[in-house]
Structure formats: structure tokens, C-alpha cells
Design a protein around this ligand. Structure first.
Ligand code: GLN
Length: 484
């Protein structure tokens, strides 16, 4: 058995039956990492020694009769979530040597259930980007074609899952950073409802948009992880006190009569022809399973990218003010305090982060605040209302996840606007706070994966999972593996 290929559900069953031990499984994963990581570059930090210790501990718990879906499961965590005693860099020089003194709530939940941390994965610096090329610590490559990007910003997590360098991973999504890389790498990426999962210990980028979520090989694994990481947290006042359903209980339920909205604004010029074709076929497939497609309109879609880049950069300029070389992180000594601040930030941040701090500071400055920030907030409300109105008549909304398949490394680095446009189909969902998943729905003639996005109502991840699972089980895209 090629243990590194297992899903959470398969591996936990094998561990429970005593067919494999957590240490065997962890060793298999590190052998795999050894074999392919040079080609992929998914990790910033590999935590092998720590992992073997955790695997031994999980093995003891198994021997004591404990059962649990995550007991002994090797997982990778995006390097913008704090792990106590383990470097958390955000792929930025400014946090290059930062070792958090505390654990994020999400990783704490995973830890308590006995997961094994394989390492911290690469991202665009501070999660700002769509290709993982903005990392201070090297590029991550797409396992399907190493000349191409894995998407971003959770590119390391998605590539690690696609290349079987972990059983599952955790990412974060502010404007598409879980779903777009999942789409580019042919895996499953779930952005939960805003407020569903605690962000305590997630390094903040844009606090009104950031969400943590799973990146997995299957929809079932995604639901398993959502059961564990969801919930209200006293350490994150934006986490909602909503009841947490058993997300796995909807898997396998019929989708007969389910109304799926097809927004006309998401099937327009600029969408790659093969991507459009695969998504249309996916809609037909859902229809053959009993779902009922309904044409809908989300009229303010065209303003989403502009709105996002005002709001996200404004929030980022405020969130990133804390990196000043005084409290923690990198420090470049200057002749006085102000000079130290300036040198630290000039040397510590990369170009894209600086661009966003400048943009955001400008949008928030007096005289421009009303014209930009306030206006963007008003448009955000309109975008949210578009979704709310649509959901009065449909149960889920189906779209492509990204306008194109994975693009070539270097293709968009010289033109930030082109890069920003790669999230055109995911950004509105963050602005509106809805849950959405990306699942594989086909391959281009060049063997690149295509992703299908399924969006749900606020706190209705169940409809999203039900639809995604029904589709996944009636196709075999998720079974394909990149040749490495
Ligand atoms: N690509 C988008 C950006 O650069 C989204 C990033 C994200 O979701 N973290 O902001």
C-alpha cells in the first residue's frame, strides 16, 4: 500500500484496525517528501523530528484504545498560522526567524486530536498573492506541471496535498487563497462561512475577510476537518456562536430538486474556453443527479475586484503596522527610532506587501477615506445583497473557481493587475462572507486540473458539502494523480 496516497478517512480506518501505525504512516510521508519535495518546494519548514514524536504519542493513544479520525494523521499547515515553538514565517523576511510563543486555535484543535505536523507550507508573503511567487523563501511548483504555479496564496498547502506530501492541509482564504490553489492543483479546498472557524493565531491580513479552511484530497476529508476546526472561540470575537452540525452526515444525501444558481456574470469572456466547457459539463452532471439549474444574476460582480483591493489593502495597512522591529521579528538598526522603523520595514517586507501597505494607507487617509474606503464598504454591501437575493430562490451557486487553469511561473509577476484578476471569481464570496468549496471537475487538453466552485448560504456548509460530494462520487477526477 502506498501509504502517502491515503486520505484521512482511509488512513484513520487503517490505524484503527491496527493495519498501520502512526509512526509507519509518518515515515511513509517523510519518504515521500524526501522523494518529491525538491521538485515541488511546498514547505518552508519540515518538522520531521517533532512529527515522529507526535506519531509515537498518537500510537500510544491508539494502543490505549482511543479512536479518532485525526489520531496519527500527518498534515501540513500554511505558514501563517502560529505553532508554538515552531517557526511561523508568513513567507516574509520580517518574520523569518519568528517562533510563536503560542498555538493558533485551529492547530490546537488538531493537536488535541492527535494530528502529526509534517511542516509549515509556503505562501505568498502575508497571503498576498495568487501564485505563491511572492514568497521570500522560494517558489512552489504545480505538481501537474512544474513550470506552472500552484496558485496562491495557499499554494504550498495545495501542492503538498496534490503531491501526496501530506494527507491533508490547512490554508487560509481572504479572496480565494484556498479555492484557487485547490483548483490549480486538482484538490478540494473549502472556505467556510466568515465566523465559522476561529482565526486566533492566524497572522492577520484583512480581518473582515480572512478565513481558515481545509485543503484535502476528497470532500469527505474536508467535512471531517470542518467538524474539528469549526466553532466559537473566546479568543476570536468574530467567531460565531452558531451550532456546528456534523458535516459528514449530509454526505451521500440526494440532491434531487436542489436548486443550483448559475450566475451569468461568471460565464463571460475572459474565462478560458476549456474551463467554461468543464464547468458547464459539471452543471449537466449535477442536473443528471436531479439538481435543477436556475439562471441568476449577481449584478455587482464587476465591482468586486476593485472593492476587494481597497478594503483588503486598507485592512492590511493597519494590520501590518505592528511589524516595526521593536516587539518581535526582524529588526534593522537605524540612527534613531523612526529610522529603525523605516529600515526594518524597507528591508523586511517584499514588494507586493509594500505596494499594498501604500495603497491601503492612501485609501484610508483623510480626504480619500470617503472616496475610496467608505465607497468600497458601500459596494461591499451591494455585493452581499446580490447573494442574499439570489439565495432566496436557489440553494447553492455554481461557478468556475478560477478563470484559467494554472498559469506559467513568471507569467503575471510583472503585472499586478493581471495577478489580481485571477481571483475575480472567488473574491465576491469573501466580500459577502459565504462558504464555498472548490472541487476538481475536469482536466484541460494539457492535463491541467479545472476547479468547480460551489457557494452556499451563510452557515450552510451542509448544502455545499452535499452538492460537492454528490458530484465527486459520480465522477473520478479526484482519483487522478500527477506524475512525479
Ligand atoms: N489573491 C488574493 C490577494 O492577493 C487573495 C489572497 C488570499 O485569499 N489570501 O489578495
Amino acid at each position: 500500500m502506498a501509504l502517502h496516497k491515503l486520505t484521512i478517512s482511509e488512513a484513520s480506518a487503517a490505524i484503527e484496525k491496527g493495519e498501520i501505525s502512526p509512526v509507519e504512516l509518518a515515515n511513509a510521508l517523510f519518504d515521500r517528501i524526501d522523494a518529491v519535495e525538491k521538485k515541488i518546494g511546498a514547505y518552508v519548514t519540515i518538522t520531521m523530528e517533532h512529527a515522529i514524536g507526535q506519531a509515537k504519542e498518537a500510537g500510544n493513544r491508539v494502543r490505549n484504545g482511543e479512536k479518532g479520525k485525526l489520531l496519527g494523521i500527518p498534515m501540513a499547515i500554511k505558514d501563517n498560522m502560529c505553532t508554538e515553538g515552531i517557526k511561523t514565517t508568513c513567507s516574509s523576511n520580517i518574520l523569518g526567524n519568528f517562533i510563536p510563543p503560542y498555538e493558533s486555535t485551529v492547530t490546537q484543535e488538531l493537536k488535541e486530536r492527535g494530528y502529526v505536523l509534517t511542516g509549515k507550507t509556503n505562501l505568498d508573503e502575508f497571503a498576498m498573492g495568487s501564485s505563491t511567487e511572492n514568497s521570500a523563501f522560494g517558489y512552489t511548483k504545480n505538481p501537474w506541471d512544474t513550470a506552472r504555479v500552484p496558485g496562491g496564496s495557499s499554494g504550498g498547502s495545495a501542492a503538498a496535498v496534490a503531491a501526496d506530501e501530506c494527507i491533508a492541509a490547512i490554508g487560509s482564504d481572504t479572496g480565494g487563497s484556498i479555492r484557487q490553489p485547490a483548483s490549480f492543483c486538482g484538490v478540494v479546498g473549502m472556505k467556510p462561512t466568515y465566523g465559522r472557524v476561529s482565526r486566533y493565531g492566524l497572522v492577520a491580513f484583512a480581518s473582515s475577510l480572512d478565513q481558515i479552511g481545509p485543503i484535502t484530497k476528497t470532500v469527505e476529508d474536508s467535512a471531517i476537518l470542518m467538524n474539528i476546526i469549526s466553532g466559537n472561540d473566546p479568543y476570536d470575537s468574530t467567531s460565531a456562536p452558531a451550532a456546528i452540525p456534523d458535516f459528514t452526515s449530509v454526505l451521500g444525501k440526494e440532491i434531487k430538486g436542489l436548486k443550483i444558481g448559475i450566475p451569468k456574470e461568471y460565464f463571460i469572456e475572459g474565462i478560458d474556453a476549456e474551463v467554461g466547457e468543464h464547468v458547464k459539463n459539471a452543471v449537466k452532471q449535477l442536473e443528471s443527479l436531479g439538481a435543477v439549474p436556475v439562471d441568476i444574476s449577481l449584478p455587482h460582480t464587476g465591482y468586486a475586484v476593485a472593492t476587494y483591493y481597497i478594503l483588503a489593502t486598507s485592512e492590511a495597512s493597519s494590520n501590518l503596522a505592528r511589524y516595526d522591529g521593536v516587539k518581535y521579528g526582524f529588526r534593522a538598526e537605524g540612527k534613531d527610532l523612526l529610522d529603525t522603523y523605516m529600515k526594518t520595514r524597507a528591508k523586511g517586507f517584499g514588494d507586493e506587501v509594500k505596494r499594498r501597505i501604500i495603497l491601503g494607507t492612501y485609501a484610508l487617509s483623510s480626504g480619500y477615506y470617503d472616496a475610496y474606503y467608505k465607497k468600497a464598504q458601500q459596494v461591499r454591501t451591494l455585493i452581499k445583497q446580490d447573494f442574499e437575493k439570489a439565495f432566496e430562490t436557489v440553494d447553492v451557486i455554481v461557478t468556475p473557481t478560477a478563470p484559467t487553469p494554472a498559469f506559467r511561473a513568471g507569467e503575471k509577476t510583472a503585472d499586478p493587475l493581471q495577478m489580481y484578476l485571477s481571483d475575480i471569481l472567488t473574491i465576491s464570496v469573501n466580500l459577502a462572507g459565504m462558504p464555498a468549496i472548490s472541487i476538481p471537475c475536469g482536466f484541460t487538453s494539457g492535463s491541467l486540473p479545472v476547479g468547480l466552485q460551489i457557494v452556499g448560504k451563510h452557515f450552510d456548509e451542509e448544502a455545499v458539502f452535499k452538492t460537492a460530494y454528490a458530484y465527486e462520487q459520480s465522477t473520478d477526477w479526484h482519483k487522478r494523480k500527477p506524475k512525479l
